[in-house]
Design a protein around this ligand. Structure first.
Ligand code: ADP
Ligand code: MG
Ligand code: ZN
Length: 474
């Protein structure tokens, strides 16, 4: 019997305005090689200066994962040659990272949970990009020197389910903190998966294989499955020692296999040494106070939604599944409506109407409008049915709730006099049915309600109709 052992390294691109050690913009989609300067081009004589915003965001993450913040941290040089790195070294934090010894809780569907230890989160500079076009390759250095936070877990995960839960939680925390876009497809949340196996009960760690750059949760799951199978097979065939070596592999989604990319370098191969051009990074008391202020995190928000609004955990988890969703819900609540209605109108009515490229962030109906629409149901101005029509209209047309209610003539009639007249007319027109109802055929009540609603063209307040008919039919 084997046990799978997995540790993750996640590179998060921080959404600072400027790069890690210079004042070049970090923005995307600019003309190639325009966001560069002597520092990020590594021209001789140019000196790096640490961007304080990076330290701020690293400390926010450290606070969110309950980690130790090193009040003094250092930078180191990791040497390697690759065309997208003009300096031929990367500035990183090997010996004393800014964030150490954190933890992240993952929750399973059956209600149990597990804590995954985080070894460290260190600051480092990203490389540029090599762009291959047929026979020629080009280098774009716009990304060179943008800040990354590398978050390294302990080898605490035992299967792909735990891996995905860990990654989703980490992703969500980064979005809630708003320290990065964390977009897997665009490469601002890059995952390296380290996998090994061992006989169950064995405490020691066996040879690990690192699988690099897998850009979706689905592929991560598949890559782990394939790699574990490969290692088990080697063990069972008696060729484990020979075939499983510490190396970097890549996941080929078309061939559905992991393949050797390069032998894994040992630290010595990188000739690490303390970066001589930078000062140590010191976090003063004042910075510590300022930088460790963080917004409400997903778990806390979820617990609050449960206790404050009395909703079940499932609903609360849907509403806190993304920061955009949570903020949308909270903005609706600011209109002074009930949580139950806000939940339904957001998750069923609005989301059911968001098609194709549309999502909660670019929805034609924003949170304030949707909240206002719900308010108009709650204060009796329109019926729930009419509100659906208003929403349909607003999905297609730029307008506001109250004008649409007017334009479409959907205002509910709660005026007893007007409804009473319709009730009398309906009863008068159906004397036989009224008689049957009075002699015990209760089912006919629905018929009368239906007729009155029809006569009023759906504008009568159903509650008022019910009350009046009950009284009149005796
Ligand atoms: P490097 O930076 O050279 O890749 P680290 O020691 O920082 O190496 O470890 C990288 C990741 O590999 C960590 O997430 C760690 O938990 C994980 N790891 C280390 N040993 C094993 C192992 N035997 N099996 C699975 N994961 C491992
Ligand atoms: Mg690594
Ligand atoms: Zn620059």
């Amino acid at each position: 019997m084997f046990e799978t052992v997995i540790g993750l390294e996640v590179h998060v691109q921080l959404n600072t305005k400027t790069k890690l050690f210079c004042s070049c913009a970090t923005s995307f989609n600019h003309k190639q090689n325009t966001n560069t300067c002597p520092t990020c081009l590594a021209l001789p004589g140019a000196l790096p200066v640490l961007n304080k915003e990076v330290l701020h965001k690293a400390i926010m993450l450290g606070t969110a994962i309950d980690a130790t913040i090193n009040r003094t941290s250092y930078f180191d040089r990791k040497s390697y040659f690759y065309p997208d790195s003009p300096s031929a070294y990367q500035i990183t934090q090997l010996y004393t990272p800014v964030v150490e010894h954190g933890k992240l809780r993952i929750d399973f569907e059956d209600g149990t949970h597990k804590t995954i230890r985080i070894n460290r989160a260190h600051i480092e500079a990203d490389a540029g990009k090599n762009i291959h076009e047929g026979d020629i390759s080009k280098v774009d250095l716009n990304r060179a020197g943008t800040p990354l936070l590398e978050i390294v877990s302990e080898p605490d995960m035992r299967n792909s389910e735990e891996v995905i839960l860990y990654l989703k939680k980490l992703h969500s925390i980064i979005r809630y903190l708003d320290i990065g876009d964390a977009n897997m497809q665009e490469g601002s949340f890059r995952v390296d998966v380290n996998v090994s196996i061992r006989p169950k009960g064995d405490e020691k760690l066996y040879t690990r294989v690192e699988i690099k750059n897998i850009n979706s949760f689905k592929f991560i799951q598949k890559a782990i499955e394939l790699e574990v199978a490969r290692q088990k097979e080697a063990w069972e065939d008696g060729v484990y020692e020979k075939e499983i070596c510490q190396e970097t592999r890549l996941f080929d989604q078309t061939k559905q296999e992991t393949r050797s990319m390069r032998g894994k370098e040992e630290a010595a191969d990188y000739r690490y040494f303390p970066e001589p051009d930078l000062l140590k990074a010191v976090v003063t008391d004042a910075m510590m106070v300022e930088f460790s202020v963080i917004p409400e995190l997903p778990d806390q928000k979820m617990a609050r939604f449960v206790s404050e609004y009395g909703m079940n955990e499932y609903s609360a988890s849907v509403l806190t599944s993304s920061v955009e969703m949570a903020h949308f819900f909270e903005a609706m609540m600011a209109e002074g409506i009930s949580a139950k209605n806000a939940l339904t109108w957001l998750t069923t009515e609005l989301q059911g109407r968001l098609k194709g490229e549309m999502n909660i962030t670019n929805s034609p109906v924003d949170a304030k409008k949707l909240g206002h629409l719900v308010k108009r149901i709650e204060d009796g101005t329109i019926s729930g049915k009419a509100a659906k029509e208003v929403l349909d209209y607003l999905m297609e047309n730029e307008s506001d709730v109250d004008s649409v209610i007017d334009t479409l003539g959907l205002k509910q009639v709660s005026d007893t006099g007007a409804i009473e007249a319709i009730c009398d007319a309906v009863i008068a027109a159906n004397p036989d049915k009224a008689e049957e109802y009075r002699s015990g055929k209760d089912k006919l009540f629905g018929f009368f309600v239906g007729q009155v609603m029809k006569e009023s063209k759906g504008s009568a307040n159903p509650q008022t109709v019910n009350e009046l008919l009950k009284a009149k039919l005796g």
